[in-house]
Structure formats: C-alpha cells, structure tokens
Design a protein around this ligand. Structure first.
Ligand SMILES: Cc1cc2nc3c(=O)[nH]c(=O)nc-3n(C[C@H](O)[C@H](O)[C@H](O)COP(=O)(O)OP(=O)(O)OC[C@H]3O[C@@H](n4cnc5c(N)ncnc54)[C@H](O)[C@@H]3O)c2cc1C
Length: 446
C-alpha cells in the first residue's frame, strides 16, 4: 500500500495526520507518524506550566485518542534519503529502522538556537519542552527556598536574581508569569527581603516583541516595568557561570538562573535531505513541496514557506498559527499528489496575536484591534481555549485556571528531575545520545 510518512506530531504534523485520516479513501494509503512523543504539545501555554497555573497534562493531546488509523512509530527521524525514498528512524528503544515512503511530510519543528557563548549550554535553561517547564519551576522555587536560609549575602543575591534572554513571545511570557510566581511566593519566606528578588529581561533588538507595533509593544513594556521587571534592550548575554551572568554592556548580574529563549533553529533532520535551506529551514514552494522532489513536503518551523501575503518576500514566521494552517494545505496537497490533481498554495491572513503576561495582564490584537489589561486577557484565554488540541485539554485547562484563581499556587517542587541538571545541554536533545550507534538499520515492515 502507498505509504505517507509524517515526521513530527506538533502543530503541523498532528493536524496534517488528522486531516489525512479523515480524507483518505479506505485502502488508499497508510500513514506512519514518526515522533518521539505520544502526544501533541500546545507550546503557547508552556509558560503557564512553568508558572504552575496549568498542569503538564493539560496542554497535551494524546495521539492515540485523535488518530485511529495512523501507525505511530515512536522515534526520531535521523536521515531522509530522497534517492531511495526512505527515512532512517532511531526508535526510543535504541534500535534504528529504515522506513520506506512514497510521500513524506516533514514537520519536526525547531529547537532552541544557542550560540557559542561561554557557559550557555552548561548553565542556561530552555523553554521548549514540558520537562524544561516543569524543571524550571522546581528550580525557581528551590532558589527562593535556599536563599531564605542562606547566610552569605552573595549567595542570597545570586539565588534571587533571574535573567531571561530573548524578548520574543516565549521569553516575555516566561519572564512575566514566573516573576508573578516569585512575587506571590514571598509570603512563604518572610525572612527574605522582597527587594532582593530581581527579574531581568534582555534582548539585543531595540524593541520587545516588534510584531506588536509601537502602541501595543509600548503598553507591554510599561506593564512589565511597572511590575518591577528590569527590561534592557540592545544588550545580550556575553558569558555566564554558575553564580553570575555578564552582559554585552559590561554589567555582571548575580544569578543562578538564566532562561535562554533567544530564537529557534530547525531540527537537524532537515539538513539530511541535502536540499536547499534558508537559515536551516527547508526551502519549499508556496505549495509546501520541496522544489524538484514530488511528494516531499515541509511545513511549520522547519520549513521556509513563502508568505504570499507579505511583499517583503520573507518566509512565514515560525508560529503555531502558521504551522496549524499550513497543515491543511499540506494534507490537501498530499492527496492531490496521490490522485494526480493540481496542488494549491498556502495563503494566510493574520487573525491577530495574544500575549499572556500573567494574572490579569495581557496584550492582544484580535482582528487588528489593540487591547491591553483584563480585556486582552479575556481574549487571550478564549483564544487558547478555542485552539487547545483536544476537548480533554480544554476541560483540564478551564479546571486548572479556575482552581488557580480560587486556591492560588501551591508553590511546591515536584522534584521529578532531581538527578538532572535541567540545562539546555541536558533537556533539549532527542533520545539519541552521544556515542549510540545509528548503523544497524533494519527495514520497517510494510
Ligand atoms: C514557549 C513558547 C511559546 C510560544 N507561543 C506561541 C504563541 O503564543 N503563538 C504562536 O503562534 N506560536 C507560539 N510559539 C511557537 C509555536 O509553538 C511553534 O511555531 C509551533 O509549535 C511550530 O509547529 P511545528 O509543527 O512546526 O513544530 P512543533 O509544534 O514544535 O512540533 C514538532 C514535533 O516534531 C517532533 N520532532 C522533532 N524532531 C523530530 C525528529 N527528528 N523526528 C520525529 N519527530 C521529531 C517533536 O517532538 C514535535 O512533536 C511558542 C513557542 C514556544 C516555545
């Protein structure tokens, strides 16, 4: 039977698999979904997991409840050979299999982009996975607990200093929501001077979240500064150690917590195709097909999809909104390719943006209308409820929000990861570990 391989079960891959299941005729093709996770993660609400407002399970959709026919292959796609039309997959068991395909849809998303900054990979923390969010929360609470009993003023200062690098959506939301956590936690630590707890948010760009524009961006900046977050623009991280971080303007901040959210880069499997890339993203046409390779499609963060609504020629931004909508075009074009019909182009009108700054604070632009404060928070939460990946997760999110509003934060560490340093080096790689062999590839049975 014709085989469609889909790589990745995030916004793009999961939505594409669901649509294809619905539209394929019985016996027309089988779908193999290659992904290391057995869920699809709703990343925009990850900062709320770090803040303890939402439980980790609330922002995932189990794949098996939504996909009835697709075969799940739990593993990481390592190499895609376009000549022999096969994908090498490193299974979570440690074995490697070759998966022949007729059509492939690449949606492996992106990982945190790091630079050669001394100390970054060993000490900084990311905000891209559930484990990172849970670990970050534990780490932040642990810093306050340890600061409260520390006698050394230098130790107290470094444990109470928190630095977020990257003023995009994820960095800003993470700084804003976690700062509220530490502010509310102070009642647990009456001996701790509230003035010691400092949050700094830095970005090399001259503006925070430039997509927001002057007015809304200005509102967000004022709100954060009013809340006591030290926002510094035009500056970034130069180096970091265990107890301090030095910025490019020469300032050294005492801190044991650097949260690195300064950009993303596509997952390495994209490069294995050997086709053209732009900043690591797979070059595809507006029909999402890799030029010159029939039946090979790319979408989401991993692909540089031309933005036909933007005259500048820049590709679509790496957003959930794009990945989710591109999935509909990808599913349509996979079927068109199988059935010998014309492909269609991806064209998307922006419906707006939402940024949750914790508590009642938010900024939003639904359909071009600028909102700030509680009305924006209402829109933000409504938007997330509408777009959350399953009915179960919508119910859980609503329940978590209600419970949090009524009972507040329990401020406890779950300690699941107490043997792991929880740094970028540690939590961002896929199951393939250094030194493990990828050589013994066996054929995946049809
Ligand atoms: C904290 C945070 C907040 C965000 N907030 C917003 C927001 O408010 N609005 C918005 O529009 N966007 C937001 N984004 C961006 C948005 O989440 C991404 O643009 C979107 O997830 C991209 O979708 P995707 O399908 O390309 O990749 P993903 O959703 O990341 O999915 C990739 C999938 O591929 C799997 N995978 C990775 N490598 C492999 C491999 N080699 N083989 C097999 N599977 C693989 C992963 O496990 C995952 O299942 C946010 C991102 C973050 C991190």
């Amino acid at each position: 039977m014709t085989r469609i391989a889909i790589v990745g079960s995030g916004f793009g891959g999961f939505a594409c698999a669901k649509l294809l299941e619905r539209r394929l005729r019985p016996g027309e093709a089988e779908i193999v979904l290659i992904t290391p996770k057995d869920y699809s993660l709703y990343l925009p609400l990850l900062p709320q997991v770090a803040a303890g407002v939402l439980q980790p399970r609330s922002i995932v959709a189990p794949l098996h409840t939504k996909l009835r026919h697709a075969k799940l292959l739990p593993g990481v796609a390592m190499d895609v050979d376009l000549g022999s039309r096969a994908c090498e997959v490193f299974k979570i068991s440690g074995e490697t299999v070759r998966v022949p395909f007729d059509v492939i849809v690449l949606a492996p998303g992106s990982k945190t982009r790091t630079f050669d900054i001394p100390g970054l990979a060993e000490h900084a923390r990311g905000m891209k996975t559930l484990a990172e969010a849970v670990y970050l929360r534990d780490h932040v609470i642990a810093q306050l607990e340890l600061a409260a009993i520390a006698h050394d003023p230098e130790e107290r200062a470094s444990r109470c200093g928190f630095l977020v690098v990257g003023g995009g959506y994820s960095g800003t939301e993470t700084a804003a929501t976690l700062q509220l956590v530490t502010r509310k936690a102070l009642h647990r630590f009456p001996g701790l001077d509230p003035g010691l707890v400092r949050w700094t948010l830095i970005d090399i760009a001259p503006k925070l979240m430039p997509e927001l524009g002057e007015q809304l961006g200005g509102a967000a900046l004022r709100l954060l500064r009013h809340r006591g977050i030290d926002v510094r623009l035009g500056v970034t991280l130069e180096r970091m150690g265990e107890e301090s971080a030095t910025l490019t303007d020469g300032t050294t901040l005492p801190t044991r917590t650097v949260i690195w959210t300064a950009g993303v880069t596509p997952r390495p499997v994209v490069a294995s195709l050997g086709t053209e890339t732009v900043k690591g993203r797979l070059v595809v046409g507006a029909d999402l097909m890799v030029p010159g390779h029939d039946g090979v499609f790319g979408l989401g963060d991993a692909a540089a999809v031309p933005d036909l609504t933007n005259a500048s020629g820049a590709p679509c931004a790496p957003t959930a909104q794009h990945a989710h909508r591109q999935a509909a075009t990808a599913a349509h074009n996979v079927l068109a390719a199988l059935r010998g019909r014309p492909l269609r182009e991806y064209r998307h009108e922006d419906i707006g943006l939402v940024v949750d700054l914790g508590g009642a604070d938010a900024v939003a632009r639904p359909f071009g209308i600028d909102l700030a404060g509680p009305p924006a928070q209402l829109v933000t939460r409504g938007y997330h409820l509408l777009t959350a990946p399953s009915g179960r997760s919508k119910l859980r999110i609503t329940g978590d929000w209600l419970l949090n509003a009524l009972t507040g934060d329990d401020l406890i560490r779950l300690d699941f990861l107490k043997d792991s340093p929880g740094t970028l080096d540690d939590l961002e790689h896929m199951p393939v570990r250094r030194g493990q062999s990828r050589e013994r590839a066996t054929a995946h049975p049809r």
